[in-house]
Design a protein around this ligand. Structure first.
Ligand code: FUL
Length: 481
């Protein structure tokens, strides 16, 4: 009788175990919102920096530039969007107002705008032209509205915050849908400020009363992603060179995010393993040395190879590459920039031409509940909505790919199913070469996407060993190029 009871209780616990493991893994919090998930999938976004600086050859206009200097003769937003879309960019963020305060739309709240420029005799609206083209060509549109304004006499007072909010209302009401709002943290202090010509400093954390401003914007467009050093939608990656740390957690504590604190730039690049909020890193970088067009930089446009290296250091490390392409004085993307973008696309297509994982036999050291729902074949079926997972508590596991013959391998690409949280803390890759396993990489996080450029090799088998994870690993894709 006692034996029977033991067998019964073992069977019951086995049943509970297998029932539990036929359910999807519980999320590891924090997890991304739907808008953040859509943002992760974009991978490549563009920035467009355009204002009076384009004509004065400055990077940071003082705010005293006459509206008459803004005089592009061939603005063609169809070209901007077309070039970027062809290169693979999914969203475009426009500097509707940079630090100099000049507005690219005919806002009713200041005279310092395109309406007093010669462009289309004051009837032009570049925010309209670009947002319309984005709609036509199926690219998402985002806005940059510099909080720092070197033109406004009342910058530093509370009336400026009303002005800033009124402009956000205009943009979000009249030019939607807007997928991302960029709040630049830069504040250099000096400015024209309506003729005062002085240095003004504000307390960046309190002056703007951000929570109220974000609520206002959300009340008009609830799904917008907010970028700032501090998020809350996405965070700055801590540099403007186009790279995040190899260890890149999408999680971070919101109170550690403010730039200016010692060491915060590095922290922005790595995130924190046990961070309380999901605030992924966005990597902004310009295709030229400056953010605005300067003819003297025509020969300093990044090469396709440099852009590709940036792609590996951003998208390939689970971040998003936000590449600035500034229109020139005609209002066109310069030929050299267009050529570089075409070359970048060609390189992406060449390097990631064929995914050999699709031809492989795949097996995993364990499969959650032994269920086909979580089988290793989900890794190579090209469907992002399913995944391979292990049983609860199994925090290390291996996946093996085998081919009929040796295949050339240059890149291994892994993706976590981040909807259920970021989990993997450490993994390595081995290739079976000349009858033995050879370690090709020893890495940490995966996140949305991890692209490993390995020493080129020919192998018949590779093995991914996940050696540490916050909870059972949940991986949606494994590709081999
Ligand atoms: C910086 C700004 O000061 C630059 O001019 C540029 O807009 C860049 C994207 O952000 O903080």
């Amino acid at each position: 009788m006692k034996n029977l009871l033991i067998i019964l209780s073992i069977n019951l616990s086995l049943l509970a175990f297998s029932q539990k493991n036929s359910l999807p893994p519980a999320p590891v919090y924090p997890v991304p919102t739907d808008a953040q998930l859509a943002w992760h999938d974009m991978e490549l976004n563009a920035f467009v920096h355009f204002t009076t600086n384009t004509f004065t050859d400055l990077e940071w206009g003082m705010g005293n530039e006459a509206e008459s200097v803004f005089n592009p003769t061939e603005v063609n937003t169809k070209q901007w969007v077309g070039v970027l879309k062809k290169a693979g960019f999914k969203g475009i963020i426009l500097t509707c107002k940079h630090h100099d305060g000049f507005c690219l739309w005919p806002t009713k709240y200041t005279e310092h705008s395109i309406k007093n420029s010669p462009y289309k005799n004051g009837k032009g609206d570049i925010v309209r032209e670009l947002s319309d083209q984005c709609k036509v060509q199926g690219v998402k549109f985002g806005v940059y509205l510099s909080p720092w304004d070197r033109n406004r006499a009342d910058y530093g007072q509370s009336s400026y915050i009303d002005y800033y909010r009124n402009q956000l209302k205009e943009l979000f009401t009249n030019y939607g849908p807007i997928f991302e709002m960029w709040f630049d943290g830069a504040n250099g202090g000096t400015g024209y400020y309506g003729g005062a010509n002085e240095k003004r400093s504000v307390d960046k954390q309190t002056y703007y009363e951000w929570p109220k401003t974000l609520d206002l914007v959300r009340s008009i467009q609830p799904n917008v992603i907010f970028f700032s050093d501090a998020g809350p939608g996405v965070r700055w990656c801590g540099n403007e060179e186009g790279r995040v740390s190899k260890t890149n957690w999408n999680t971070i504590d919101s109170d550690t995010l403010f730039a200016g604190k010692a060491g915060v730039e590095e922290l922005l690049g790595t995130g924190s393993e046990n961070g309380t909020h999901w605030v992924p890193a966005e990597s902004d970088v310009s295709i030229r040395p400056g953010w605005f067009y300067h003819a003297k930089e025509d020969n300093l446009v990044k090469t396709p190879e440099q852009l590709f290296a940036i792609y590996l250091n951003t998208v390939g490390r689970g971040s998003l590459m936000l590449l600035n392409v500034p229109p020139d004085r005609r209002g066109l993307f310069h030929e050299n920039d267009v050529k570089a973008l075409e070359g970048f696309r060609a390189l992406l297509d060449k390097e990631f031409k064929f995914d050999y994982a699709r031809l492989a036999k795949v097996k995993a050291s364990s499969v959650r509940g032994n269920s086909p729902l979580y089988s290793a074949s989900n890794l190579i079926d090209g469907k992002p909505g399913n995944y391979w997972a292990t049983n609860d508590g199994e925090k290390s596991a291996s996946i093996e790919l085998t081919w009929k013959k040796n295949i050339p391998i240059n890149y291994i690409v892994l993706q976590e199913y981040i909807k259920l949280g970021q989990r993997v803390k450490a993994f390595n890759v081995e290739a079976f070469e000349n009858g033995q396993w050879k370690k090709m990489a020893e890495e940490t996080t995966i996140g949305h996407k991890r692209i490993l450029k390995i020493e080129p090799i020919k192998a018949r088998k590779i093995r991914i060993n996940i050696t540490a994870s916050k909870a059972c690993p949940v991986i949606s894709s494994l590709a081999v190029y």
